[in-house]
Design a protein around this ligand. Structure first.
Ligand SMILES: C=C(O[C@@H]1C=C(C(=O)O)C=C[C@H]1O)C(=O)O
Length: 345
């Protein structure tokens, strides 16, 4: 077995914290391993390590200290595993009611957009390293990871969404929203609803970043593939002003309306009151923090992910609700999104 995967396996056996991961379109698998089971947190994002932050950032972002770091090259293999797990209709009524409630608040004018989500519990016999290998082979353009901390749990995912990357003071992020299933590989026709929804996310990010950047450049709107789904994406770049800190940028961006809603405070309150479960680390973010002493970060939004516990896999899925949303379609969208992880089990 590959040395990074081997070490991950070893760290699970030894009950020690680590994250192994591969960045989008890279063949490099990297690992950050901590030698004690201490739970470290970061508030200022100035430390070196791997950060794993919850949706509710006030609960504190976890930091894995880079006591050991290794990397290797992963050669893609054809993915042979095809899931036999059927899609369940469980939770449909609750989710549809939740979307209807969201729509009422949107129609009252109090909220413009809210991202509503749910969890799906399924049994699996697959082992964490085996699952991570399947993610690597199936989702080459995603950020694939396997995270473990004995005091937090075991998570894995293949996210299509960058929160923010900062290299030599150059900032890169994306506005990602709008979802359609991939059918026959043909590029989809985007309706007004999706285009508007994604436009709102783009404007929010631009506004939020303006105080920290010299200039902000928006690239062309693209249709991108994430597993069996299409999304709309606008790349955004800029140069950080000399006094702009990483923590201020992260706090300005998180949570974006792609995972929370608008206005952020009201959408957050609606989510916490009505979703009926705790998102914990789903729609939080994760990634490299100042590794090798460089003031560089590479953070991704924790989407298309699941938490593994014993033989249970808890998959998390959600979607943006706006005035034009149709509850039944929103349910289907979460079903489609769940396939990204379900197909690995
Ligand atoms: C919330 C999720 O995805 C987010 C919501 C999207 C949407 O509403 O269309 C699209 C991509 C993500 O920004 C998820 O995958 O669970």
């Amino acid at each position: 077995m590959d040395k990074v995967l081997n070490k991950g396996e070893d760290w699970i056996q030894r009950n020690l914290p680590f994250c192994i991961y591969r960045k989008p379109n890279s063949d490099k698998v990297q690992g950050v391993f901590q030698n004690t089971d201490e739970l470290h947190k970061t508030e200022k994002f100035k430390e070196e390590g791997f950060v794993f932050a919850p949706f509710d950032l006030s609960k504190g972002a976890i930091l894995i200290q880079p006591d050991e770091r290794i990397e290797s090259t992963h050669i893609l293999e054809e993915q042979k595993v095809v899931s036999t797990i059927p899609q369940s209709e469980e939770g449909k009524l609750f989710h549809i009611n939740l979307v209807c409630k969201g729509l009422e608040v949107i129609k009252s004018g109090e909220i413009q957009k809210v991202v509503l989500s749910r969890k799906i519990d399924v049994q699996t016999k697959r082992q964490p390293i085996e699952l991570f290998t399947s993610l690597l082979n199936s989702y080459s353009n995603a950020f694939c990871y396997l995270f473990f901390h004995p005091k937090i749990g075991l998570w894995c995912g293949a996210t299509p969404e960058t929160l923010v990357s900062i290299k030599q003071r150059k900032l890169t992020t994306v506005s990602l929203a709008g979802t359609l299933p991939i059918i026959d590989n043909s590029v989809p026709y985007w309706e007004k609803k999706e285009l508007e929804e994604q436009g709102v996310v783009t404007s929010f990010i631009q506004e939020k970043l303006r105080p920290y950047l010299k200039k902000i450049h928006s690239g062309a709107l693209e249709t991108v593939r994430a597993g069996k789904l299409w999304h709309l994406k606008t790349p955004l770049t800029g140069e950080l002003l000399p006094d702009a800190s990483v923590v201020s940028v992260v706090r300005a961006l998180h949570p974006t309306p792609a995972v929370c809603g608008l206005p952020v405070n009201k959408a957050t309150a609606f989510i916490l009151e009505n979703e009926g479960y705790d998102r914990t680390f789903y729609t939080g973010f994760l990634g490299e923090l100042n590794l090798e002493g460089k003031k560089e970060v590479s953070l991704f939004v924790n989407l298309r992910c699941m938490q593994l516990e014993g033989g249970n896999a808890r998959i998390f899925v959600g979607g943006g609700i706006t005035a034009e949303s149709i509850p039944e379609k929103e349910w289907e969208e979460t079903q489609n999104k769940s396939r990204t992880m379900l197909n690995m089990l």
